[in-house]
Design a binder for this molecule. Structure first.
Ligand code: PMP
Ligand code: GLU
Length: 391
């Protein structure tokens, strides 16, 4: 008899999530009584709105606590279709929608459904930490497209074209972006779409920060541009950031029926349905009036402007003004520290937590989150400024 006690090869290339680890560390230190200012937060600081909580409480009270269809309840899938139509000019039928346990899960499912061993997935860098790792888990190869600060961290269609090979399968696009806050406009998306259609490349469009967008800009869904790109795109969104529902774990995707059937099958044999109670809460959230976001967005824009006004005066740091999401991606190369050392020392010596850029493919950067109240942002900026004066 042969006994093999080795773990599967699958996870050998995969690193743990630096964003989750740092957030957990900051929360732990805070719970232990240390006065930490959390600039690492990857979630909005406001509470889930009461009308959403009430829908979940009703669901529990009325016994809506059993399995639902794998891809989500018909009620929620209809609400998602309405949302796509209302906010994104996207026509999806309920059978094209799969609701999952967070947008992270939706992206993972999409990669599982599309990527064969050795297929290349194009990822603009800096990127959100999980994209390359998920690609590895799916036996794909991440291929990075360098997005330069001179172009506001956006790739152009030329940059994209240069990285296409016979193995290219998909492009992972994230607008507004985590960690850079860049936002692609309609023209830029149009040019990217043209190449993807010409080369038959799938697009996984992660639109989770859609509602957090500043300077009067509007969000454009790449799939809404024309029929051809619609057929190749998996549009991913979720409730975590826009409704402050990170713990409820609801994300969703809209795609061709072929892709959504494959994703649904995968979910049948992995998680089954997302939590029934969260699904009821999600229906309430998605059916709420759109002006709900205006106030939140205004508040986040104020915070961004405050942080920028402070960071501009710190001569060891430079940055590109983010147009969306709630992060400022700061170039720290003038301090001569790598991002891990910078973040570690800042936490130890000044009690401010940030996320090192290494996890985002940019080791000369750190990510500062402004998902925090103004008072905390003020103290954090004071500490950062004082600490930087050492260099
Ligand atoms: N995409 C990006 C770019 C994110 O920052 C996050 C935040 N975790 C997600 C997807 C996933 O969000 P969730 O799984 O909470 O819906
Ligand atoms: N998306 C957030 C972040 O980047 C939350 C943590 C995570 O899921 O990675 O910080």
């Amino acid at each position: 008899m042969r006994i093999d006690t080795r773990l599967a090869e699958r996870l050998k290339k995969v690193n743990p999530s630096s964003t989750l680890a740092i957030n957990a560390k900051a929360k732990k230190l805070k719970a232990e009584g240390r006065d930490i200012i959390n600039f690492a937060a990857g979630e909005p600081d406001f509470d889930t709105p009461d009308f959403i909580k009430a829908a979940a409480i009703d669901a529990i009270k009325s016994g809506f606590t059993k399995y639902t269809p794998t891809a989500g309840t018909p009620e929620l899938k209809n609400a998602v279709c309405e949302k796509f139509k209302r906010d994104n000019s996207l026509e999806y039928l309920p059978e094209q929608i799969v609701v999952s346990c967070g947008a992270k899960h939706s992206i993972f499912n999409a990669l599982m459904a599309l990527v064969n061993k050795g297929d290349e997935v194009l990822i603009p860098a800096p990127y959100w930490v999980s994209y390359p790792e998920m690609t590895h888990i799916c036996d794909g190869t991440p291929r990075f497209i360098c997005a330069l600060p001179q172009n506001n961290f956006k790739i152009t269609s030329k940059d994209l074209e240069k990285q296409i090979t016979p193995k290219t399968k998909a492009l992972l696009l994230n607008s507004p972006s985590n960690p850079t806050g860049c936002v692609y406009n309609k023209d830029e998306l149009g040019q990217i779409a043209k190449i993807c259609v010409k080369e038959k490349i799938f697009v996984i469009s992660d639109e989770i920060y859609e509602k957090l967008i500043y300077d009067g800009q509007s969000h454009v869904s790449i799939a809404s541009l024309n029929k051809d790109i619609y057929g190749l795109t998996v549009t991913v969104n979720g409730l975590s950031k826009s409704y402050s529902m990170t713990g409820w774990r609801i994300g969703y995707l809209g795609a061709s029926k072929e892709i959504s059937d494959a994703v649904s099958k995968l979910q049948d044999h992995s998680t089954s349905n997302p939590v029934s109670i969260s699904q009821k809460a999600a229906v309430a959230a998605l059916s709420s009036p759109n002006d709900f976001f205006a106030k939140i967005c205004e508040e986040f824009e104020k915070r961004r402007d405050y942080c920028i006004s402070r960071l501009e005066k710190m001569n060891k740091i430079s940055f590109v003004t983010p147009r969306g999401a709630f992060y400022i991606f700061c170039d720290i190369s003038k301090t001569m520290l790598d991002s891990l050392t910078f973040a570690d020392r800042l936490l130890e010596e000044a009690s401010v937590s940030t996320v090192p850029g290494s996890g985002f493919g940019a080791n000369k950067y750190i990510r500062i989150s402004f998902a925090n109240n103004l008072e905390q942002l003020e103290s954090g900026m004071e500490r950062l400024e004082k600490w930087l004066a050492k260099f």
